[in-house]
Ligand binder design. Structure first.
Ligand code: PLP
Length: 390
């Protein structure tokens, strides 16, 4: 990243912490053994893997043996949904999720529909929350799984996973939570929470890309999605990526929400203080129930993609990064009731460990200038331009 660039896209991914990189490098240079091998090199690699598993487990309040390493939260979400639904004996098992989940849940749900699974997509409220009563109303006698994310990646809105989990427990339905955005921002105590499956990732909290984990409560049985070895209790075949796992362990050791979240919230609020002065702007997602790192803002009269492009030195997202190459309006924002045009005029800003207040202030000034320029261009555009969503 150049010195001029201001990175405000931590919800997409984050820079690797130097301490994480050092732990990974040490592992790459000194521990090449296969963690499944029985000789000394293999045993040392296994020790590193288990040390990392313990560190991840400590951060999320789980017993280490309940965690299974994956290639990230996408794979963990796939394994959770497919693993539960493909074990069902009923011809048309039922899945409940919401319209504002990450694509790795929504696209998996759609793939399961083609295999005969019936899916209910619960609507979001205008403030970006999922009302547990809507989930309760969607659960049926044949519901095999409920999947609701903890923190939304586009708005930062925190869902009431305790209430949703409690109602799932009452009805005897397993509950899956995608917590890719919540680790390091909110405390997690999975062992005592009414949560049966939980997806985790490393790269949102200054860990490496390509590694994550799935928490699996003791009573949950999954169908394996990868075949070819007994690694990770036979549920996830393949030689363990020791250095990636070690990096994840270090990242989880460092990501203490009690230490980091107040600083991130102050940066996010400072950003809004500056951007809120732009006429007509609005925040998306209930401010009172948002994780510390995300600020989603609509700039009416400005196309979000044009604004993102005009910012050049400020890295932000229009929609989520995974969907950024799709021209459609954000399914999260439209799912909260925003028009396509207003959703299309929105940007997601997200701060993280290495963001400074000076950067936030400089980025805000750049945004204020760009919005004003784009709005004046739009005003002076010929009539044939109107209605283009610009
Ligand atoms: C809420 C959420 N779930 C899942 C994912 C996918 O995570 P990964 O990149 O580790 O596959 C992301 C990352 O974009 C996310 O924000």
């Amino acid at each position: 990243m150049s010195n001029q660039e201001i990175y405000l896209d931590y919800a997409a991914t984050s820079p690797v912490d130097p301490a994480v990189a050092a732990a990974m490098l040490d592992c790459l240079q000194h521990e090449f053994g296969n963690a499944s091998s029985q000789h000394a090199a293999g045993k040392r690699a296994r020790q590193r893997v288990e040390g990392a598993r313990a560190a991840v487990a400590a951060r999320v309040g789980a017993a280490p043996e309940r965690l299974l390493f994956t290639s990230g939260a996408t794979e963990a979400n796939n394994l959770a949904l497919q693993g539960v639904l493909r074990r069902q004996r009923k011809p048309r098992p039922h899945l409940v999720t919401s319209r504002i989940e990450h694509k790795s849940v929504l696209d998996t749900a759609r793939a399961l529909e083609t295999e005969g699974v019936e899916v209910t997509y619960v609507d979001a409220e205008a403030d970006g929350s999922i009302d547990p009563r809507r989930v309760a109303a969607a659960v049926r006698a044949d519901t095999a799984l409920v999947s609701i994310m903890h923190v939304n990646n586009e708005t930062g809105v925190i869902q009431d996973v305790s209430a949703i989990g409690a109602l799932c427990r009452e009805r005897g339905v397993p509950f899956h939570v995608d917590a890719a955005q919540s680790v390091g921002k909110l405390p997690l105590e999975l062992a005592s929470a009414p949560i049966d499956l939980c997806s985790l990732t490393a790269h949102k909290i200054c860990g490496p890309k390509g590694v994550g984990a799935l928490y699996i409560a003791p009573h949950v049985v999954l169908a394996a999605q990868l075949h070819g070895g007994e690694q990770e209790r036979g549920l996830r075949a393949g030689t363990l990526a020791t250095h990636q796992i070690v990096g994840m362990g270090k990242a989880y050791e460092l990501a203490d929400p009690l230490l980091e979240a107040p600083r991130l919230a102050a940066l996010r609020d400072r950003l809004w203080q500056e951007l809120g002065a732009i006429p007509g702007v609005r925040q998306n997602g209930a401010p009172a129930r948002r994780a510390a790192h995300v600020l989603n803002v609509s700039f009416p009269g400005v196309d979000g993609e044009s604004l993102r492009f005009a910012l050049r030195s400020v890295a932000v997202s229009a929609g989520s990064a995974c969907a950024a190459d799709s021209p459609e309006a954000s399914h999260v924002l439209t799912g909260m009731g925003l028009s396509d045009t207003l959703a299309g005029s929105s940007l997601r800003f997200s701060v993280g460990r290495f963001t400074t207040e000076a950067e936030v202030v400089r980025a805000a000034a750049t945004v204020v200038g760009a919005v004003s320029r784009l709005r004046s261009v739009a005003k002076s555009a010929p009539a044939w331009c109107s209605g283009s969503g610009f």
